[in-house]
Design a protein around this ligand. Structure first.
Ligand code: BEZ
Length: 211
């Protein structure tokens, strides 16, 4: 059955470009992102991996470990990484899983046969410190992902994990948040002493809580 939000991220032990990784041990107590690439030596994937390498400090700052997967071997990945570094002007700084037998791709339902029966789609799984799946994105091979959006989602998820807030459309870090619908109106002012702006009984804004 396909994975859903709130499910525990399935564990696996796999070869990667940084040695063998047991996923849960490797996550430790931090957050994680697992994202798939259809194939090595392909153009869109090359730009995506270079982009994430450049953003690695942003993931680190959020305590998010980054793990990529492509359905080729680790040996193939090592050759491809030379091209990524050369063409994207970066140094790869996170592991790529070798998955030629599609073990992880199948476990995470990353192959969508009506799109392509051998390559993965571009899946993204954001996993919380509790190892539960917090967000799933699925893009086709032809659309490179927007990693600023993924960082934005992580900011929203981490805020909601700490505070009783949600984030409105197009929110970016620093902007006002929405009081969670689970907060009763009589509790809102106590929970958010800096002020609650009530637009409707169900639409209440607060300044972004400080972490
Ligand atoms: C790409 O990354 O550009 C790509 C991947 C798989 C199939 C086609 C293109």
């Amino acid at each position: 059955m396909a994975l859903r939000l709130g499910d525990e991220a399935p564990n696996f032990t796999v070869p990667t470009t940084a040695g063998t990784i047991n996923f849960h041990d490797w996550l430790g107590t931090g957050w994680g992102i697992l994202f798939s690439h259809p194939k090595d030596y392909t153009p869109v994937c090359t730009t995506e991996l270079g982009t994430v390498a450049k953003l690695k400090s942003e993931f680190d700052r959020r305590n998010v470990r980054v793990l990529a997967i492509s359905v080729d071997s680790v040996e193939s990945h090592h050759g491809w990484i030379k091209d990524i570094d050369e063409t994207q002007n970066t140094t790869m700084n996170f592991p790529i899983i070798g998955d030629p037998d599609r073990k992880v791709a199948s476990l995470y339902d990353m192959i969508h046969p009506n799109a392509d029966d051998t390559l993965t789609v571009r899946s993204v799984f954001i996993i919380g410190a509790d190892r539960k799946i917090k967000l799933i994105l699925t893009y086709p091979a032809s659309t490179g992902r927007n990693f600023a959006e993924i960082l934005r989602c992580i900011d929203s998820l981490q805020l909601a994990a700490k505070h009783k807030v949600a984030t409105p459309a197009n929110w970016v870090c620093g902007e006002d948040c929405i009081v969670s619908t689970t907060v009763k109106d009589e509790d809102a002012d106590r929970l958010f002493p800096e002020g609650v702006r009530r637009v409707k009984p169900y639409l209440r804004y607060v300044a972004q809580p400080k972490s």
